[in-house]
Design a protein around this ligand. Structure first.
Ligand code: MYA
Length: 429
């Protein structure tokens, strides 16, 4: 979530390609370390995850057994009642079309959602972002699952699913994307997360879906990919003041500001915000591009419109078209601010996150430089990107630096060999 200051000036070293077996080994080591150093099996470390249809950490997969881990359930075998909660809690469906209930989800996440390891920054998804993210085509209110206290009706936990289609090594799979799992800080470590996960699984299974995709900072059984965040300073002074980045050795603030300066205006003539007329052409461009990756998302036209049509303070998307009006290039980024947890002057950090980018008529590097210029014009402090798709190819030239955060990608009930970030064509919010 922030720049890894010890590595800030060693970006080159970070660009080495880690091989798939190395990633698997690294994940194992991390798991053993986090369990205190002894050699433990997944079942003794992960009481819950060892019971779930996910590849276990010590498991060796081969190309032969890729696919569902357990078969789809018969509707009669799917539990009818919600899983029991302790008597002081009750299930609720959060109606995010109701402003008050959307605000409750916002407040829960604002105070309790993901923080960096040093608890300096916490994701601050806005209400309008949540409204967008949770209302993807095919969304269902009963997949916006909350837990309230019986006494005060206060919302204390949340988990969500939205429908989606992914393509894994050429095979289209109906999945849900699971996101925004959050438990109030005071209720942590009480094994409530497994109950939320089992309950959302039950509700999704009831609709005939048996696979899911999700991401997490933590290592669980078992990542299909491990991606790293890279950061590009847009407002270096503020980033240094809030402790997101540090001055490099032999650097002054004014030299740093100069280093990250960008042209005031975009340098690619014709770059324009995506509008409804270009949806179909832009979708086709992205769909074709995504076939390059082993794990990618498939957007229907309706989904593409939902995810890419610009919404102020939520999603930004620009395209270039040729003389025939065919979209040839696309850039997109979403807005996800973070709360600066304890700072006298600054309360938040405005971050843009790279979404999907396709370059065919101009070099990707110059397209992304224009993304930085546009993000700067919009007042963002930093531009973040994962090292997936072709992103690594522009990091060095455009002065991105590796962060201290990793993002692990997971598939539920689908066995798949570990993939390097460059094989990933999927960005979750
Ligand atoms: S990732 C974002 C997760 N949220 C946060 O990090 C916000 C801040 N943290 C919290 O709110 C809590 O710490 C959470 C855990 C809620 C994360 N994903 O209740 P516990 C396992 C999955 O005592 P708590 C996102 O939203 C942990 O290994 N499991 O723990 C995607 C242990 O299991 P095991 C996690 O700290 C979510 C068990 O929970 C995660 O109070 C995808 C302990 O439970 C995690 N991020 O609460 C969910 N963190 O003993 C899976 C810990 O086995 C979806 N745990 O190690 C699966 C697919 C479901 C649908 C399937 C449909 C077919």
């Amino acid at each position: 979530m922030k720049e890894n200051n010890t590595l800030q000036n060693n970006t080159d070293q970070q660009h080495s390609n880690i091989s798939t077996p190395e990633i698997t080994q690294l994940i194992r080591q991390l798991t053993v370390q986090s369990s205190g150093g002894e050699q433990l099996s997944t079942s003794s470390i992960h009481k819950f995850w060892s019971t779930q249809p996910v590849p276990q950490l010590e498991e060796q997969s081969t190309a032969l057994d890729e696919g569902p881990i357990e078969p789809n359930k018969d509707p009669e075998d799917i539990r009818k009642q919600p899983f029991p909660l302790l008597p002081q809690f009750e299930w609720t469906e959060c109606d995010i079309e109701n402003q008050e209930e959307l605000e409750e989800v916002y407040q829960l996440l604002n105070a309790n959602y993901v923080e960096d390891d040093d608890s300096m920054f916490r994701f601050d998804y806005s209400g309008s972002f949540l409204y967008w993210a949770l209302r993807a085509p095919g969304w269902r209110k009963d997949w916006h699952v909350g837990v309230r206290t019986v006494s005060s009706k206060r919302l204390v936990a949340f988990i969500s699913a939205i429908p989606s289609t992914i393509c894994i090594k050429g095979q289209q799979v109906q999945v849900v994307e699971i996101n925004f799992l959050c438990i109030h800080k005071k209720l942590r470590n009480k094994r409530l997360a497994p109950v939320l996960i089992k309950e959302i699984t039950r509700r999704v299974n009831q609709r005939g879906i048996f696979q899911a995709v999700y991401t997490a900072g933590v290592v669980l059984p078992r990542p299909v990919a491990r991606c790293r965040y890279y950061h590009r300073s847009l407002n270096p002074k503020k980033l240094i003041q809030v402790g997101f980045s540090r001055l490099g050795p032999r650097m002054t603030l004014s030299r740093t500001i100069k280093l990250y300066a960008l042209p005031k205006d975009i340098t690619i003539v014709g770059l324009e915000p995506l509008s409804p007329q270009q949806l179909s052409s832009a979708r086709d461009l992205l769909a074709k591009y995504l076939t390059r990756f082993k794990l990618s998302i498939s957007f229907s036209l309706e989904e593409f419109s939902h995810w890419f049509l610009p919404r102020k303070n939520v999603i930004y998307c620009y395209i270039l078209k040729n003389e025939e009006g065919v979209v040839t290039d696309l850039i997109s980024f979403y807005e996800l601010p973070s709360t600066v947890i304890q700072h006298e002057k600054y309360k938040n950090l405005r971050a843009a996150y790279s979404f999907y980018n396709v370059a065919t008529s101009v070099p990707l590097e110059s397209l992304m430089q224009n993304a930085l210029i546009l993000a700067k014009q919009e007042g963002f402090d930093v531009f973040n990107a994962l090292d997936l798709m072709e992103n690594e190819t522009f990091f060095k030239q455009l002065k991105f630096h590796p962060g201290d955060g990793f993002l692990h990608y997971y598939l539920y009930n689908w066995r798949c060999s570990t993939l390097p970030p460059s094989e990933m064509g999927l960005v979750l919010l």
